[in-house]
Ligand binder design. Structure first.
Ligand code: LLP
Length: 437
């Protein structure tokens, strides 16, 4: 992926830097990001819209990986930002991200989070439910502010990799259902309140999607609703946000399309639907990719440690991280590929399983992986760890979260420091000693 290549020294190089040298310098586990690949992806999404002259926003779904530096990088590339908590919003503002390009998501935003967002004058709030409509109405009145919103709609389509499921009425905690009248009621409520500026609608149909059918179907469903909204309420959206979910290739089994192919399919379908609305302006199309912007740009370098061979059963190779820095295999049975970063040209003679260092058997990163013979001076590079790796990292077993380093054009930059033991006890308070006389 991206700038990854095998150097003359048979090491894995990324962004013009030797990953083995970086591992020695910054320690392991270490998350490395190929910045050029992220920029490439961002440009790919934007170009697809620009070539067709479509108004758009590409909002990076920050849940995939949030830190000050990644937000600054996305800002450099002219992207917008989707945040889902006060914490992500705070990080974005600290990064100097322009508030008017921040969109706030979530099915249970607290009054404090909403007030923070309104006071920061962010671009829009993606309203998820009736409770939130009421909270925003009250807050808007209190702050004497008109609130820009998108309505999150649940079209009854759920897409994952090769499949999508159509359910008459989706059982989801998110959004207003299109199927049972909730969406119509929500629209009526926000339209009749002076407090809201209803920019348009949003829908997100799933994640790690390899085909375009789910998106085009969602567009069909949305636009048939727009027909009745136009007739009944005289409303037509200026913005249609179609969410994220574009897949990436973790292993050979995965067959994603190119980012721009998803966008092209969306544009085509929206354009087709617009022929039914001759007097209306083409809405802006917004998308929210997370994984496809940062996923395959990330690689985790581990040090190899102990090994256990059970004759005829399994060969375990342990690394110095695991479910604390990548919970996806344990949580979703997610599959990854890996290489020995300092032995890139050696023949893969062994089938091994990569174990993490946490105290439970489920802490396995990869099952049945072909590798050359390894020992404890080798480094394992697990690829495609850039999305939902660091952002879902945790301190289970009081393991420190790793450092994050960006590489580009042979230059590296530490963007998140490795946690220390002191960091681990920073919020702890000692037990009160009872004073007995
Ligand atoms: N927009 C909304 C409203 C979302 O809920 C999500 C992801 C995205 C955008 C970005 O989706 P992406 O382009 O990254 O697929 N932790 C899971 C993924 C959870 C995705 C949740 N929502 C994982 O590690 O696979």
């Amino acid at each position: 992926h991206g700038t990854a290549q095998i150097g003359k020294n048979e090491h894995l190089w990324i962004g013009g830097a030797d990953t083995v040298e970086l591992a020695k310098k910054y320690g392991t586990p270490l998350y490395l990001y190929d910045v050029a690949l992220i920029r490439n992806r961002a440009k790919g999404f934007k170009k697809a819209f620009e070539e067709k002259g479509i108004g758009y926003q590409v909002a990076y779904a920050s849940k995939a990986f949030s830190s000050i530096a990644i937000f600054q990088l996305m800002n450099q590339e002219g992207l917008s930002l989707d945040v889902v908590s006060g914490g992500e919003l705070y990080t974005a503002l600290q990064a100097g991200f322009p508030a008017d390009r921040i969109h706030f998501h979530g099915n249970n935003k607290s009054p404090a989070e909403l007030e923070f967002a309104l006071k920061s004058h962010i671009g829009c709030i993606v309203v998820d439910n009736f409770h939130e409509i009421h909270l925003l109405k009250t807050l808007g009145e209190k702050l004497n502010q008109k609130v820009n919103i998108l309505l999150r709609l649940t079209p009854g389509i759920e897409a994952h990799t090769h499949d999508y499921i159509i359910t008459g009425q989706e059982d989801s905690k998110f959004g207003f259902d299109l199927g049972n009248g909730q969406a119509d009621k929500a629209l009526q409520e926000v339209l009749k309140s002076f407090q809201f500026n209803v920019l348009g609608v949003h829908c997100h149909i799933g994640s790690q999607i390899f085909e375009t059918d789910g998106f085009t179907l969602a567009i069909d469903k949305l636009f048939s609703h727009f027909k009745s909204w136009n007739n009944d309420f005289g409303y037509f959206p200026d913005v249609v946000n179609l969410g994220g979910g574009f897949g990436i290739q973790y292993t050979d089994e995965d067959t994603p399309l190119k980012p721009e192919q998803y966008v092209m399919a969306m544009i085509e379908e929206v354009t087709k639907q617009m022929s039914k609305f001759k007097d209306k302006k083409m809405p802006e199309i917004w998308i929210e990719p997370g994984r496809s912007l940062v996923g395959d740009a990330g690689t985790t370098i581990y040090s190899i440690g102990s090994q256990k061979e059970i004759e005829g059963v399994r060969h375990y190779v342990s690394v110095d991280g695991g479910m604390t820095d990548n919970i996806r295999p344990a949580l979703y049975q997610a599959k990854y590929d890996a290489y020995v970063a300092n032995k890139m040209n050696e023949t893969m003679t062994n089938i091994v399983s990569i174990a993490g260092k946490c105290c439970e058997s489920g802490d396995m990163l990869i099952w049945d992986l072909a590798l050359p013979k390894v020992n404890d001076s080798d480094y394992l590079a697990v690829t495609c760890t850039g999305a939902y790796g660091y952002s879902m990292a945790n301190n289970y077993n009081r393991i420190q979260r790793p450092a994050v380093v960006f590489v580009e054009d042979g230059e590296e930059q530490l963007v998140v420091k490795r946690e220390t033991y002191e960091d681990l006890i920073r919020q702890d308070l000692p037990l009160k000693t009872k004073v007995f006389v």
